[in-house]
Design a protein around this ligand. Structure first.
Ligand code: C2E
Ligand code: MG
Ligand code: MG
Ligand code: MG
Length: 292
């Protein structure tokens, strides 16, 4: 019986392995085409200054529009792109597109602050990566400070030695550097000190229950203090409520991002919200004159 079961299990295992392999091959092919035929798109999520509520930057997040009308989120295809190496052309497209959009915004007078782009380890650790960044900045005539690069804590720590070298090269070029999903990786403080970064982003998982879970609150507070003691700015990810916002503001967190402020939105919607803010300011100004 054991033997029969074993055989059966093997067959099932083998079968599902095949399915998986076929499926990922299909997705790989589709993604290759999507990159080639412009089926990828960027949405942008604002980062807010907790002290005055101003937008200090936007983070670019990639979306894949499938032929059947559905949208695939990066959590579903970035790992596969990373495995197959497709992340290199995909990552180049994302960087070029984010910089193109930033140039457009600047030309039209929209000061959105820096545009942040997420990087995967395989893309980031390419020896020619800094040259590529420089060529994109030159192409779109951007100051390096217009661009921020986000690398997750866990991928930075995976190749800590190489990451330090790469981050140093990028830092010396003047691009802003952020460590994403902070608190979920196994950071050694010795390395953290050696990473020439500007910003820590507290992972969403610690923010979710910040108001009810004293452990999460303690972790978030520790990250804010750690960041500040190292001269870094701290961003909280995934803020969904006013309570979370108030708490973080009280703890001295610098910036915040999350559905409470804005979901990721299209480039056009970013412009619309800026126009909206501008109209409000003009109204305030004209009222001031009126009553002046
Ligand atoms: P991330 O960089 O940590 O981005 C934050 C993710 O959390 C985004 O999901 C965003 O939509 C979501 N989010 C933001 N605020 C809230 C909130 O208040 N509540 C909830 N529940 N979620 C919130 P998204 O766009 O699905 O991206 C997931 C991850 O995929 C990103 O995590 C990033 O690591 C990766 N990613 C996205 N775009 C790219 C890209 O162009 N290149 C690479 N290499 N990775 C990317
Ligand atoms: Mg990010
Ligand atoms: Mg994150
Ligand atoms: Mg995250």
């Amino acid at each position: 019986r054991a033997k029969a079961e074993g055989k059966n299990t093997y067959r099932l295992f083998n079968h599902s392995m095949n399915d998986k392999a076929v499926e990922s091959l299909l997705i790989e092919n589709d993604l290759r085409k999507a990159i080639k035929y412009d089926k990828l798109r960027l949405v942008y999520q604002p980062k807010i200054d907790l002290h005055d509520g101003r937008i200090i930057g936007v983070e670019a997040l990639v979306r894949w529009d499938l032929d059947n009308g559905e949208v695939m989120s990066p959590g579903e295809f970035i790992p596969m792109a990373e495995e197959t190496g497709l992340i290199v052309p995909l990552g180049k497209w994302v960087l070029d597109e984010a910089c193109r959009q930033q140039r457009l915004w600047l030309d039209r007078g929209f000061k959105v602050g820096s545009v942040a782009v997420n990087l995967s380890p395989r893309q980031f650790l390419q020896i020619e990566f800094p040259d590529f960044i420089q060529s994109v900045l030159d192409k779109h005539q951007l100051e390096p400070s217009c661009l921020e690069l986000e690398i997750t804590e866990s991928s930075a720590m995976e190749n800590a030695q190489q990451s330090v070298q790469m981050l140093k090269r990028l830092h010396s070029m003047g691009v802003a550097l952020a460590m994403d999903d902070f608190g979920t990786g196994y950071s050694s403080l010795a390395y953290l000190k050696r990473f020439p970064i500007d910003t820590l982003k507290i992972d969403r998982s610690f923010i979710r229950d910040i108001y009810h879970d004293s452990n999460d609150a303690a972790i978030a507070k520790s990250i804010i203090d750690l960041g500040h003691n190292m001269g870094l700015k701290v961003v909280a990810e995934g803020i969904e409520s006013s309570d979370q916002k108030q708490w973080l503001k009280k703890q001295g967190c610098d910036y915040a991002q999350g559905f409470f402020f804005s979901k990721p939105i299209s480039a056009n919607e970013v412009e619309e919200s800026f126009c909206h803010i501008r109209r409000k300011l003009e109204l305030v100004a004209s009222n001031d004159i009126g009553h002046g």
